[in-house]
Design a protein around this ligand. Structure first.
Ligand code: SF4
Length: 152
C-alpha cells in the first residue's frame, strides 16, 4: 500500500528505499527482512545500500500527510477484539489488503487465509468491532470483501 499513490495512507507513495530507511531508523531495529517476488524488487531493495540521504528521506511525506489519512485504513492493531464470532479481524484485513494490491491473489496468501481458525464468512455484522476500532475501518464491508476475494 505504501508504494501506491492511490492506496498510501500518507497521500503519496513512498519508495522502497524510504520504507527501508523508516524501518531501520526506528529505535532498537537492527535489521529488516524484505519480501520480494521479482528481480526488479530485489534491485529496488539493494538500492538502499547506495542511496543518498535525500533519497532515503521520508520526513517530508510524513510531515505533509493529510490529518485524516489513517481513517478507514486498518492498522492491524487488534483493538477491535474481542470478536463475537472469534474472527481475527486484524489478520483478515491484513490478508485482504495484501490480496488487493496484487493482480492475482498468490496461492501462499490463500493458504494463510485458509489456515485462520475463523473466516470472514462467519461475520454476523453485529458491529461491536466497529465501536472498538479507533481508525474508523468499515469492518463489516471489509469482511464481505474478504469473502468475495477468498471465497469464505
Ligand atoms: S479493524 Fe480497526 S481496531 Fe481492528 S485491527 Fe484494524 S485498525 Fe485495529
Amino acid at each position: 500500500m505504501l508504494f501506491s499513490q492511490e492506496e498510501s495512507p500518507f497521500g503519496q507513495a513512498l519508495t522502497p528505499v524510504q520504507c527501508l530507511h523508516y524501518a531501520l531508523t526506528r529505535p532498537a531495529v537492527a535489521a529488516v527482512m524484505v519480501g520480494v517476488s521479482s528481480q526488479e524488487q530485489i534491485q529496488a531493495t539493494v538500492a538502499y545500500a547506495t542511496a543518498s540521504d535525500a533519497e532515503k528521506d521520508y520526513s517530508e511525506i510524513l510531515a505533509n500527510a493529510p490529518d485524516a489519512s489513517f481513517r478507514g485504513h486498518c492498522m492491524y492493531c487488534g483493538h477491535c477484539a474481542p470478536y463475537s464470532k472469534k474472527i481475527d479481524i486484524a489478520a483478515v484485513n491484513k490478508y485482504l489488503d495484501l490480496a488487493l494490491i496484487q493482480e492475482a491473489v498468490p496461492e501462499t496468501l490463500k493458504d494463510h487465509y485458509a489456515l485462520l481458525n475463523h473466516h470472514a464468512r462467519e461475520c454476523i455484522a453485529c458491529g461491536q468491532c466497529i465501536v472498538n476500532c479507533p481508525f474508523g475501518v468499515p469492518i463489516i464491508e471489509k469482511m464481505k470483501q474478504a469473502v468475495t476475494v477468498f471465497g469464505k
